[in-house]
Design a protein around this ligand. Structure first.
Ligand code: GSH
Length: 215
């Protein structure tokens, strides 16, 4: 059976849990990281020398790095729906996954979620936070333009391109920051919230992380 390690409050674990539930794969989940520890044990380091979550063990195939895990699961269990044999199709999905990880994630997750929400008020760098908010405003406007006339990131059908970006939305719309009007993104967010897997694995209250820089 597929085993997945990572604490449920972890953004990167949430992507994997959400997608696993969308695929309907039977699995076992083990809390790890943060207050759960385990990531410094020799057994865990043997699976992931980087010591981070998520990690999966799929009948002996061990994979770490959340985006790689998503691609592995799609190729292994989602052929024809979440994984295409057409290189162009895969690239057009992959570019949004990579954009999420290299543009949106640093500006939102590091700049705002860590810089603002997880940093105690006295230690916050207000100038850097303001710059991250401005960059996120540009990212969300770009997304809003892209989503015009579309139900999901790739068009009518839910795809792997929805997962990494969509995982940001619950936090983005629930931290106290200035946000632009992005009606197409908001409509997409409402559509994602209709999915039981999104509600179960992404819409997880994150108050325990407020003002905590420990992990
Ligand atoms: N690039 C990695 C990042 C992994 C990562 O930094 N995970 C965080 C949680 S989101 C972690 O392990 N933090 C330490 C901890 O939870 O103990 C990925 O996408 O999987």
């Amino acid at each position: 059976m597929l085993t997945i390690w990572g604490r449920r409050s972890s953004f990167n674990l949430q992507k994997v849990m959400w997608f696993t539930a969308e695929l309907g794969i039977a699995h076992r989940h083990i809390e790890a990281g943060g207050d759960f520890g385990l990531t410094d044990t020799p057994e865990f380091r043997a699976m992931n020398p980087h010591g981070r979550v998520p990690v999966i063990d799929d009948e002996g195939t061990i994979v770490w790095e959340s985006q790689t895990i998503l691609r592995y699961l799609a190729a292994r269990y989602g052929r024809g729906t979440f994984w295409s044999d057409d290189p162009a199709e895969r690239a057009h999905t992959g570019q949004w996954m990579d954009w999420s990880q290299t543009a949106l994630q640093p500006d939102f997750l590091l700049g705002i979620f860590w810089g603002f929400y997880r940093t105690p008020q006295a230690q916050r760098n207000e100038t850097a936070i303001k710059r991250s908010i401005e960059r996120c405003t540009r990212h969300f406007r770009l997304l809003d333009d892209h989503l015009a006339g579309k139900a999901f990131m790739r068009g009518d059908a839910f795809s792997l391109a929805d997962i990494p970006i969509g995982t940001h939305l619950y936090r983005y719309f629930n931290v106290e920051i200035e946000r632009p009007a992005v009606p197409n993104v908001e409509a997409w967010y409402r559509r994602l919230q209709e999915r039981p897997a999104y509600r179960a694995h992404v819409m997880i209250p994150f108050g325990e992380l407020y003002g905590r820089l420990a992990f």
